[in-house]
Design a protein around this ligand. Structure first.
Ligand SMILES: [Fe+2]
Length: 246
């Protein structure tokens, strides 16, 4: 009896409805994500098994912490792309970045430097978890003026917004798209983050899901969560933009 109860609560993993992962740190040696090429290929192999068809890698660009630029990122991307072919891993790889909204990002915008985009128009941005960036609204505004579409990475992880829903609304009205981390829904970052992620989804405010995968602990958490009915219940009615990035 216990066996059948257990089975009914566990279902086969199939993330093909997401299709495109547009937020991860799987390129090796660039940030706090994958370290070696082997590790990186291991993640892509798993993504293929889980049902993804494309991964858009997004290394951090965060001056003073992860000093990346197209010059550091693109050669690594090319190397991994060739290695994927050699290893016969059937996943399309593209590259963008996750930009920390700080003074140096504002400088890039001011100088009209070309940004690494997702699907040609989306720019993935993040803030510190400790405090809202004083530049966030200006960044969103200027990205729109420059013809980009900002994606705010993991809005549910910004605890300072949890009891300030009007601020979420404001960023959406200003033209932001929200991307929730798959891991947030699993409870990996705690109950408050999970509750906020679910609340944003239920309110129809989330259009993208990303793994934000950095390391094997994330793999384990994703593996466990994506065989639960809860995951598919939460995400079932979402109007996801991910497949449009194929
Ligand atoms: Fe990230």
């Amino acid at each position: 009896m216990f066996k059948s109860f257990f089975r009914s609560d566990r279902i086969e993993r199939d993330l093909s409805f997401i299709g495109v992962d547009m937020h991860s740190h799987m390129l090796p040696g660039l940030d706090d994500g994958a370290v070696t090429l082997e590790e990186s290929l291991g993640y892509f192999r798993l993504m293929q098994e889980w049902g993804y068809r494309k991964c858009i890698a997004t290394p951090h660009i965060f001056r003073g912490v992860h000093n990346n630029s197209p010059e550091t990122i693109l050669p690594v991307y090319e190397k991994v792309k060739s290695a994927l072919q050699e290893a016969d891993i059937q996943i399309q790889l593209e590259v963008a970045a996750e930009y920390m909204v700080d003074e140096s990002f504002m400088d890039l915008l001011q100088q009209k430097q070309p940004l690494l985009t997702i699907g040609g128009k989306y720019v993935l941005i993040e803030m510190s978890y400790a405090a809202p960036s004083p530049f966030i609204e200006s960044a969103v505004f200027q990205l729109n003026i420059l013809g980009y579409k900002p994606i705010l990475a993991h809005p549910e992880r910004y605890g300072f917004y949890h009891f300030n829903f009007p601020q979420y609304e404001r960023l959406l009205e200003m033209g932001c798209v929200f991307q929730v981390n798959l891991l947030s829904l699993s409870g990996y970052y705690g109950d408050d983050v999970k509750k906020t992620a679910v609340k944003l989804i239920r309110a129809g405010k989330v259009q993208l899901i990303g793994t934000d995968l950095h390391h094997y602990n994330h793999v384990d958490a994703i593996k466990q969560f994506t065989i639960t009915k809860a995951f598919y219940d939460i995400t079932r009615n979402m109007q996801l933009l991910n497949p449009s990035l194929l």
